[in-house]
Design a protein around this ligand. Structure first.
Ligand code: ADE
Ligand code: ZN
Length: 336
């Protein structure tokens, strides 16, 4: 079986996917037309050509501008359904979707509009495509603690429709501890906790996310490799990392895929998972991340099985939901 077919056949969970980052330029233009929104670039081609990022912030500026076309429940539904179709084609059996309500409420879009569209797509994805999913609300860390609390208040009546919370946006200068009290409230509500840390920020932010936010998974976390004591802890406590190889190259965390450290992290015993982050902006969905990482780093089929197994084990589903996917994975592994 060729590598691409093998990757596709591996049942996998995607655990680090910003739904706003799945907005392809074609859909951006369709929605702009539908909603009467004027975009900064004249065409789909010009938009794609602008996706040459220097760092995280240069990406975020364009990403937040693109999200301006999302106004109605149907827009969020269409966006999420388009993602679920791509995910199914890549062999994703379960996806945990990040969404950034503050990007939308700041433009006058109701929290309920965002949630209703995403939730309806999640229900249809389950019924029509057989993909299970969860929604994870992310707080924008460049905004204040008070704004995060205000968002939590908007979410509170719907907290049973949201599985967890995360922390994203500009990392440098916005340490996890800024949101310690917000995460404590989320913990008390029974929400699962994750945070971006160690993408551009230092290993100290990963320690903080663990100790002060009590997070269960680290999003990115690749800079943890700089701190052997931190790596030892992540291994000992089996804290998963949701690594996004194509994103890291596009945002210049690594100069190219051949110099990405995910294989080293895997070999050191970390629970590494592969994900697409913002696939419409970074050159590919989860299958492409697996394929390009495998080719650039010489990952074996056994490594690829481990990455897929890690993603199922690191997901927030119940053991009963996980069991058939793990069994299916072992069958595919046996065929390779
Ligand atoms: N929001 C969307 N993608 C992100 C990333 N890679 N890092 C931080 N915030 C984000
Ligand atoms: Zn991310």
């Amino acid at each position: 079986m060729d590598l691409k077919a093998f990757i596709r056949r591996l049942p996998k969970a995607e655990l680090h996917l910003h739904i706003e980052g799945a907005l392809e330029p074609e859909m951006m233009f369709d929605l702009a037309r539908r909603n009467g929104v004027v975009l900064s670039y004249p065409s789909v081609e010009a938009t794609r050509a602008a996706y040459a990022f220097r760092d995280l912030q240069s990406f975020l500026d364009i990403y937040y501008a693109g999200a301006a076309v999302l106004l109605h429940e149907r827009d969020f539904y269409d966006l999420a359904m388009a993602y679920f179709h791509r995910a199914r084609a890549d062999g994703v059996v379960h996806a945990e979707l990040f969404f950034d309500p503050q990007t939308h409420t700041a433009r006058g879009v109701a929290f309920e509009t965002v949630l209703a569209g995403l939730e309806r797509a999640a229900q249809d994805a389950e019924a029509l495509l057989g993909i299970s999913s969860r929604l994870i609300l992310c707080f924008l860390r460049h905004l204040s603690e008070a704004e995060a609390f205000a968002t939590l208040e908007l979410a509170r009546p719907h907290h049973h429709r949201i599985h967890g919370v995360g922390l994203d946006s500009s990392e440098q200068g916005h340490p996890p501890a800024k949101f310690e009290r917000v995460f404590a409230c989320c913990h008390d509500l029974g929400l699962r906790l994750v945070a971006h840390a160690g993408e551009e920020g230092p290993p100290a932010y990963v320690w903080e996310a663990l100790d002060r936010l009590r997070i269960e998974r680290i999003d990115h976390g690749v800079r943890a490799a700089e701190d052997p004591a931190l790596v030892a802890r992540l291994v000992r406590e089996r804290i998963p990392l949701t690594v996004c190889p194509l994103s890291n190259v596009r945002l210049r965390v690594f100069p190219d895929l051949a110099r990405h450290n995910l294989k080293q992290l895997l070999d050191r015993g970390l629970c590494v998972t592969l994900n697409s982050d913002d696939p419409a902006y970074f050159g590919g969905y989860i299958g492409q991340n697996f394929l390009e990482a495998a080719e650039a780093l010489g990952l074996s089929r056994s490594d690829l099985v481990t990455l897929a197994r890690n993603s199922l084990q690191a997901s927030f589903v119940t053991d009963a939901e996980r069991a058939p996917w793990l069994a299916q994975l072992e069958t595919v592994a046996g065929e390779s």
